[in-house]
Design a protein around this ligand. Sequence first.
Ligand code: AOF
Ligand code: ZN
Length: 328
Amino acid sequence: MRTLIVDASTYRFTTKPNPTVGAMIVNEEKVLCTGFHTKYGCNHAEVECLNQLDSKNLSAEDKKKLSLLVTLEPCCHHGKTPPCTDEIIKSGIKNVIVGSLDPNPLMSGKGIQVLRDAGINVKTDVLSNEVKKANYSFFFKHKNNRPFICIKIAMSNDGMSHSLNGSSTWITSKKSRDDVQSLRANYDAIVTGGNTVRDDNPRMNARVSYDVNQPRRIVITREKNWDMKMNFFRDNNFEIVNSCQLDEFIKSFQDRDTCSLLIEAGPKLVNSFLDAGLCDQFVIYKSNRDLGQNSVPWFENKNALIKKGFKLKARSYIESDVKEVYTI
Ligand code: AOF
Ligand code: ZN
């Protein structure tokens, strides 16, 4: 089960915001076939696995002796794909071992009940902590009814965001900015403010060398008339949110499958998220360069994050920059 969880997570960038799931059919100790959920909207792991069993031409008696291991509770709903429970029941397999219950309220115990009602032996939660860790934001979303929220900023040595005369473009090094691309790749959506879109004309995508479901780009702004030729609006993967009520904005994700948000914005929006208590992780890329007096500070007070209850979780060095990760 442990290897199945690890192998399934290699598909995390293309399954998100869906969880990563692996399935395996064993005959006593012998592995007959494995399958994974590899792409959002495509076959679930159980279906991929059962499709391979078909080619083995086993008798109904042989199939009864098999066990299906699956890292997440099989679904029993019609989503983008039909219910896996139907396929499992049809297969004639009589033993199912599940890593963790699915926190999605459409399932969460119902999938297992459907299997048991069909006379299948089900053992569940055999490695639930590992499954949770591998699908952190998916479990977070369903537990808290909102996405996991991470704020990322780049800061000068003297705590500044940008200089007022607009002379400096990049605060941190090229390597730090590459690291931001990998950070972005983990998120379901990137949220920014109108000023950032107007001033920086950012692309706000994850420019990495592997396949990624690109984060949705969301701009929170009062402005309604945007120039659609700007980089931010270059394809359909964006949203303009004209309400600046952050609580309402976050609530709007309750019925969406977006499990994680990366906030990349200026001091005003960043501090609004912090003040509203809407931040679970804060990442700072800090350069050793000062921007000086004629600049805009990230925070009004020194040690603003610590005062809000954040704790330093990790510190690493990227050339002359320092990357710090804070959690609450
Ligand atoms: C499974 N096996 O491999 C996965 C499951 O829209 P759909 O049809 O793709 O369903 C997505 C939901 O199904 C997702 O939110 C999660 O609850 C469950 N994921 N279930 O049986 C799988 N990926
Ligand atoms: Zn399924």
